[in-house]
Design a protein around this ligand. Structure first.
Ligand code: PLP
Length: 397
């Protein structure tokens, strides 16, 4: 079979077989409803408590501050909508950024329709939010700041500790969408003054369809899912026991190997970036330099090329990447993140995100480097856009 190289780990990861093994009993033997008081369900209650501890120990929180949800999207919705409604009497202003995932952006737009004032902050050319810009946007009505820990498209890591310190000093709640960062880079909710944090298991080798929201003790937030008394009455619905166990096992495993994985994967990522930048003329790297980007993220723009066409060509060569985020492909609008960092429509359309992971090898990277430059060259030779670009480039010299 032809070589297959999966380079879309930011879209989702496989579930680690050890995680699947930990989950298995909760689909079959231990199927009792955790809310039932008989001893048969005791094992399930214990397993959920253990998962809560596993998450808390990675984030530096207390276990009681962890609430399991159905996804990262749900955690984001809960954080924004729950804080907005509960604190409405204090103010109606929320600050977030232009580069957030749609789970935040669309929730912000929903709140705007419901009478909230939402500011979407600009970022710099590498996708960074500046504390100065944030400070200027704050008003006496600001109740919440939500800035993602690391961007899902370009991998830029935001100055979370600085923002957290500022928000704490001003008495404004601070939420971070850490779906791409959790178990990939160190997080400490206490040291970073984070009040609320969203995460999702399928980004760190756990199952899909389970996430968590950290809510610092004392934070005033409305419930999001109304119903039974699960999650201490704050998030109703019969627990996804196997999923929660999987999330706990996955976060523990991924965190225990975080330092070594990050070193290995960032070395491969740099090899990929250097190789592409050398072999493809006029390539652009999107996002921040090495130290300030996720270890697994590379994002390029190739002027003169359509990202969708490139993806299909790569697919034929057995290479799986993405253009923009997985959630926004299928739409032909250029990525809002790439537009926010100031790219032209042409550069935004010609973007390619390659995200590495546990099974990525040096041979994979070499294979990509042996195939990608040729594809870009071929496509450019057929592209009127590339011809125009070259003419204007030559004129400019
Ligand atoms: N936030 C970010 C930054 C993401 O990358 C994603 C998924 O890609 C989400 C939120 C949504 O998470 P989930 O797929 O668990 O709903």
């Amino acid at each position: 079979m032809a070589r297959q190289v999966y380079l879309d780990y930011a879209a989702t990861t496989f579930t680690d077989p050890r995680v699947v093994e930990a989950m298995n009993p909760y689909f079959t033997r231990s199927f009792g409803n955790p809310s039932s008081i008989y001893s048969f369900s005791e094992e399930n209650r214990r397993a959920i408590a253990e998962a809560r501890k596993q998450v808390a120990s990675v984030l530096g929180s207390a276990p009681e501050e962890i609430y399991f949800t159905g996804s990262g999207t749900e955690a984001d919705n809960w954080a924004l909508q729950g804080i907005a409604s509960k604190n409405r009497s204090k103010g109606n202003h929320i600050i977030t950024t232009k580069i957030e995932h749609h789970a935040i952006l669309h929730t912000g737009q929903f709140l705007q329709k419901n009478g909230y004032d939402v500011t979407f902050l600009d970022v710099d050319a590498e996708g960074r939010v500046s504390l100065e810009t944030l400070k200027k946007a704050v008003t006496d009505k600001t109740i919440l700041v939500s800035v993602m820990f690391a961007n899902n498209e370009i991998g830029t890591i935001e100055p979370i500790a600085e923002i957290g310190a500022f928000c704490r000093e001003r008495g404004i709640y601070f939420h971070t969408d850490a779906v791409q960062a959790t178990a990939h880079v160190p997080i400490d909710v206490k040291a970073m003054n984070i009040d609320l944090l969203s995460l999702s298991a399928h980004k760190f080798y756990g199952p899909k369809g389970v996430g968590a929201l950290y809510i610092k003790k004392g934070v005033k937030i409305d419930n999001f899912m109304h119903g039974g008394a699960q999650e201490r009455g704050r998030r109703a619905s019969t627990e996804n026991v196997a999923g929660i166990v999987g999330l706990g096992a996955a976060i523990e495993l991924a965190s225990s190997r975080m330092a070594s994985a990050s070193e290995r994967i960032s070395r491969l990522r740099d090899m990929l970036i250097d190789g592409v930048m050398k072999a493809v003329p006029h390539a652009k790297l999107n996002g921040a330099p090495s130290g300030e980007r996720l270890p697994n993220n590379a994002n390029f723009s190739f002027i003169g090329i359509e990202g969708e066409t490139l993806l299909l060509d790569l697919d034929r060569a057995g290479i799986y990447g993405s253009t923009g985020s997985a959630c926004s492909s299928g739409s032909l609008d250029p990525s809002h993140v790439l537009m926010a960092i100031g790219l032209s429509h042409e550069l935004a359309h010609g973007s390619l995100r390659l995200t590495l992971g546990e099974e990525t090898t040096e041979e994979d990277i070499q294979y990509v480097l042996s195939v990608l430059p040729g594809i870009v060259k071929e496509r450019r030779e057929m592209s009127p856009l590339w011809e125009d670009y070259l003419k204007s480039f030559d004129k400019g010299r």
